[in-house]
Design a protein around this ligand. Sequence first.
Ligand code: SAH
Length: 247
Amino acid sequence: MARIFLPPELLIPEQITITGDVARYLSLVLRVKLGDHLIVFDGSGFKYDCTILKSHKKEVIAEKIKKEPYSVESNISITLAQGIAKGEKMDLIIQKATELGVSKVIPLITEHSEVRHTEKINRWRKISLSASQQSGRDKVPQIDEPVSYKVFLYPSLEEGKGGSLKTGLIFSESRKERNLKQALKGFQNIKQITLLVGPEGGFSKEEITAAVEKGFIEVSLGPRILRTETAPITAISIIQYELGDIG
Ligand code: SAH
C-alpha cells in the first residue's frame, strides 16, 4: 500500500494533483497504477483514502474517497539527542528512531565526536520522511540542525534561544548501578523525555557531570557496551514499552 505525506493545502480539492519528487516516487519507485489505492497523511492528524486516476512521473492525480482522523503517535514525546555517528550509522539511527516513534532527533557534536561537521541534514530529513511513510506514522519527526553539546545543554549560549530544563536520561556505559527501571518509575506521568546517547567514543566524564547538573539522570543499559547505534534503538524501545505505546 502506497503511503505518502502531503501538506494540508494540497488536500483541499476532491482530486489531488501531485507533482515533483513525490510524483516521481509514486510512479517510478512505488509504481502506482490507475485504480490503485493510496493513503495520504496531512501531517496534522488526518488520513485520506484515495484512488489513483493518473500515474505519470511528472504528475499523479488521485481522488479522495474518505477522510478520517488518524494517529499512531505515542502519548510520550521522545527527543533523541544523539552524538553524531560515523558513516551510515547515523542513517540507521534516524530510520530506526523514526520507526520506533521519536518526535525529534538532535544530532550532537560532542567532545569525542569524530564527525565535527556534516552536510547530511537533508539526507537525514529524507530518511526520516520515508521511514515515517513506510511505518504509517502520521507525523514526521523533526530532525534538528547539528548542535554542539554545550549549546544543547545551555541553549541560552546561542542567541535568541532561552534555556529550559529538560526531563531526561543520559546513557552511560560506565554506569554500574542498574537504575533505568527505577528512574522510569519516577517518570510515569510525563509527556516528554529527552534521551542523551554518546557517539562511538562515548561521553567524557565532564559531559556526564554537566548533564547530571542540568537534571539528567545517568542510567545504564546493562553490563555490556552497546554500539552507538544499538544504544538508542534499545533505549527508545524500552521507553515506549514502559511509558509509551509498545505494550
Ligand atoms: N567509548 C566506549 C563506548 C561508547 S558506546 C567504549 O568503547 O568503551 C556509545 C554510547 O552508547 C555511549 O556514550 C552511551 O550513551 C551508549 N551506551 C553503550 N553501551 C551502554 C550501556 N551499557 N549502558 C548505557 N549506555 C550505553
